[in-house]
Structure formats: C-alpha cells, structure tokens
Design a protein around this ligand. Structure first.
Ligand code: SAM
Length: 310
C-alpha cells in the first residue's frame, strides 16, 4: 500500500542524490534542483544512512529507487550502497543515472551486485559538442555505454537533454545509435532550475516538433501514468521516450516522486527548495524508524503539482 498526497498522487519513486561531486561540468545541469554546498569534497550521507533511508521508503510502499548526484560513480563506496539497497525486501527496482565516464571499470561489478538498469547522459555524439557541453571526453562516455550493454543492464537508456541551436540536429544520429546498440533513447526537455535565465531563454526548446516526427514514425505509442504520463514511441527498430515537464500540468499531476538531497533532506519537488525536510539530523540524533517514517509521511503531504491545471 503506497502513500498518496493531497492531490491523490501515489508516492512510488525515490530519487536519492548520493553526492554533489561530479567529474563533468555540464553547462545545462539542473543539479537535481540542489543548492551547491561550499564544501563538496566529502559525502554527507554514509552508506548505512542511505540504505536505511531506502529501507524506510520501501516499507512505506516506495518500491522504485534511483541513485543520482553529482556523479554517483564518483563514490568509491557505491558498490556497497548498491548491495545494501538491493537486499531490501520489497524493493522492485534500483537504477542509477550516470554520465558513464567511469562505467567501463564498474559496470560488471554493479550489475553482479543487483543493479539492473542504468540511464547514461549523452547529449550528443559529436566529440567537440560533447566536450563543450560537459567538459568530458565523448569516447569515455561511449565506452561506458558499451560496458553497460556488455554487463547486461536492461534497459540501458540514453538521456539526451535537448538544447536549441546546440544538439537538436543530432537527434536523428542519436536515434540511429540507440537502434544499432539496442538501447532506449530518452529525449528530455531542458528544465530551468539552476541553469540561468539567459541560458534557458537561449537554449530551451519544446519537444513538440520532435514528438510530431516520432509519432509519424511510431508503430505504437504508449503512455506511462506513473512516470509523469510520459509518452513512449515504439519505432520499428528502437524505442524513444519523451520527457516533457515544462508548463505541463499533466506531467506534474502524474508525478509519483520524492527526492532525498545529497545532504539528507526530503525534497518533494525538483523545482522547489522552500519545502525541504531534514531527515539526516533526526537520524543522527537517534530517531527510530517510526519517527523517520512520520517525517516521510509529513513530507509526502507537502508534495503538490508545480504546474497546476488552469
Ligand atoms: N551525473 C549523473 C548524470 O549525468 O546522469 C547524474 C546527475 S544528472 C543531474 C541526472 C539527469 O539529469 C541526467 O540524465 C541529465 O541529463 C538530467 N539533467 C541535467 N540537467 C538537466 C536540465 N537542466 N534539464 C533536464 N534534465 C537535466
């Protein structure tokens, strides 16, 4: 039985940011809506604390957990976090979002420990554009994609944030690459948070045109009610998902997500930082599971759609 909020939305997904450190510097990064801390060199939450939060969440009916950051693979103890979470009874799905740069050396071990799905950020297949956007090396990211496929992750999803005048023309090549490698492509509309008004005004582009083209080519179109009602386009040889949050009340009405920030705060909405609930401090003061559960329940009641229907 899952929790529901004041709008009747079930709470089914938890996104845990396990670090603010990152080995890329993506110019478009929303940083999971977090404010950057001055000292990011060490992690705020221990393995045991993360696993305990996950266990409490699962006991409250949140059966799907995603690890994010920062770059989760920057944490040397990530394998222990994965092992700890996958052992939780009742967990249905643990996944991870990564830039893939360090996956080559870690994919097999993480998969053996029970991580079954990964999303890999890949905004382009152009070496120069990739470097300009992320500061990183495209070949390392592509090696990460290959390593994820070889290790048996299923599905592997490529996350492509769409940026006007930067990578829109790369979409056909990305679709082709996804088809050749039998992975799913996820087109993501740029979110404004932490991006800067000028950057957003210059580079935000709605997915309408891409979705029109996808609809023309699709053999079927699926809708995921528990994933922001997002549309999934099944083309003859590849699947493409569209994540379309901006001014989209339908997206918000179908949000089933809670976040935990890298410093241990429950965060009901990516777009807001005025309704966080500190759960790490009470845990460190010795709060028992019932007390921590009640903080989750209170925070769930602070969830509300960011974009409301008129
Ligand atoms: N470093 C990891 C990565 O690259 O996946 C995890 C952190 S990153 C913030 C998590 C996801 O957010 C990535 O899939 C990325 O594409 C997406 N993302 C980052 N900035 C975004 C923005 N401004 N709008 C929409 N999605 C964004």
């Amino acid at each position: 039985m899952s929790l529901t909020d004041n709008c009747g939305r079930p709470l089914l997904n938890l996104r845990i940011s396990i670090t603010q450190r990152c080995n890329n510097r993506c110019v478009y990064c929303h940083r999971e809506g977090e404010v950057l801390r001055a000292n990011r060199s060490s992690e705020k939450m221990t393995v045991q604390e993360i696993v305990r939060f996950a266990k409490i969440a699962v006991e409250l009916g949140i059966a799907r957990i995603k690890l994010t950051g920062g770059e989760p693979l920057m944490r040397k103890d990530l394998p222990k976090i994965v092992s700890g979470i996958t052992l939780i009874e009742g967990l249905r799905d643990l996944s991870l979002t990564t830039n893939g740069l360090l996956l080559l050396g870690m994919a097999e071990d993480l998969h053996k420990r029970g991580l079954k799905r990964v999303n890999i950020s890949l905004p382009t297949l152009n070496t120069d554009t990739y470097h300009r956007l992320t500061g990183g090396n495209l070949q390392d990211a592509l090696s990460g994609v290959k390593a994820a496929i070889k290790a048996g992750f299923c599905p592997v999803k490529l996350n492509m944030v769409i940026l006007k005048d930067v990578n829109v023309s790369d979409v056909p090549a990305m679709i082709e690459y996804a088809a050749q490698n039998r992975v799913i492509l996820q087109l993501i509309e740029l979110d404004p948070i932490n991006v800067g008004d000028d950057y957003y005004a210059t580079h935000h582009r709605s997915l309408d045109e891409q979705e029109r083209l996808l609809r023309e080519k699709a053999v079927s179109v699926e809708q995921r009610p528990y994933m922001h009602n997002r549309l999934i386009y099944h083309l003859p040889n590849v699947t493409v998902e569209a994540v379309h949050p901006i001014e989209n009340s339908d997206f918000c009405m179908h949000c089933t997500r809670m976040r935990i920030t890298s410093d241990g705060k429950l965060k009901p909405c990516l777009m807001r930082n005025d309704n966080l609930t500190d759960i790490l401090t009470p845990m460190r003061r010795g709060a028992d599971d019932e007390e921590l559960k009640s903080l989750f329940i209170q925070s769930n009641m602070l969830r509300e759609p960011y974009n409301k229907s008129a």
